[in-house]
Design a binder for this molecule. Structure first.
Ligand code: PGA
Length: 257
């Protein structure tokens, strides 16, 4: 499976100028890279600028968004102040949407809202990156219940044919932004358990097409080991995606594996 590396810029940087500089640095740094799908997920306000950038960013990196409105609106618009629809993102050239990030769950996003967002994104032909992860690991609990609930809750009642565009990002909450990544051994075990759960829910054929990524303090130093020993198909990267140098190093460390 082709590896996927998604840069989650979160609420950064401050200006369009900075966003273009960052995107341009990534695009230039990855000019000759093959075998990895690189996705930049900036805040909504920078999507258009990056999409229409003068220096071929588009051909090197794909565009992602960090959120989407949950209502499926056939017309692509409606009376929902402050929201952005899946069809609007699609029309702008966005390919994938991050859904259910723990930072959004912490702001009160429920499992049902997340499920509807996954459905809205997939129905519009976007890829949906469903984030799951436990806040703490109880001793003796092999597969944390919260991870199973987030996983199955996010795909409940969604047609199998749509789920071919689903991506799972396993992100233990304590590893996000802490500088303390999970171990490759734990990530390996969790990736296997997540895949097994998907097999059970969807059957082997559908489940085997769903990439499982890891996120949580990934950087250029630990990324290669996660791919080699962690059985993951790529990464969701926060902090290390805010410097083009660091991010390019990370992608390069994985691209040649
Ligand atoms: P981090 O963030 O790489 O800064 O830990 C990952 C994420 O939140 O997706």
């Amino acid at each position: 499976m082709k590896k996927i590396i998604i840069a989650n810029w979160k609420m950064n940087p401050r200006s369009s100028k900075d966003a273009l500089r960052l995107a341009g640095g990534v695009a230039r740094g990855l000019k000759n890279i093959k075998g990895v799908d690189v996705v930049l997920a900036p805040p909504f306000v920078f999507l258009s600028a990056i999409r229409h950038t003068p220096y071929a960013v588009r051909s090197k990196v794909k565009l992602g968004a960090q959120d989407v409105f949950w209502e499926n609106l056939p017309a692509g618009g409606g009376a929902y102040t402050g929201e952005v629809s899946a069809l609007q993102l699609k029309a702008l050239g966005v390919r994938m949407v991050i859904v259910g990030h723990s930072e959004r769950r912490a702001m009160g996003e429920t499992s049902e809202v997340i499920r509807k967002k996954v459905l809205a994104a997939l129905s519009a032909g976007l890829k949906a990156v469903l984030c799951v992860g436990e806040a703490e690991r109880k001793s003796g609990e092999v597969f944390p219940k919260i991870v199973r609930d987030e996983l199955l809750g996010g795909i409940r009642k969604i047609k199998k044919s749509l789920l071919k565009n689903l991506i799972i990002a396993y992100e233990p909450v304590w590893a996000i932004g802490s500088g303390k990544a999970d171990t490759p051994k734990n990530v390996y075990e969790m990736a296997i358990l997540i895949r097994r759960e998907l097999y059970r829910a969807l059957g082997k054929r559908a489940a085997s097409k769903i990439p499982v990524l890891y996120g949580g303090s990934v950087d250029g130093k630990n990324a290669a080991e996660f791919v080699a020993k962690g059985a993951v198909d790529g990464f969701l990267v926060g902090g290390a995606s805010l410097s083009s140098g660091k991010f390019v190093r990370l992608v390069k460390a994985v691209a040649n594996l």
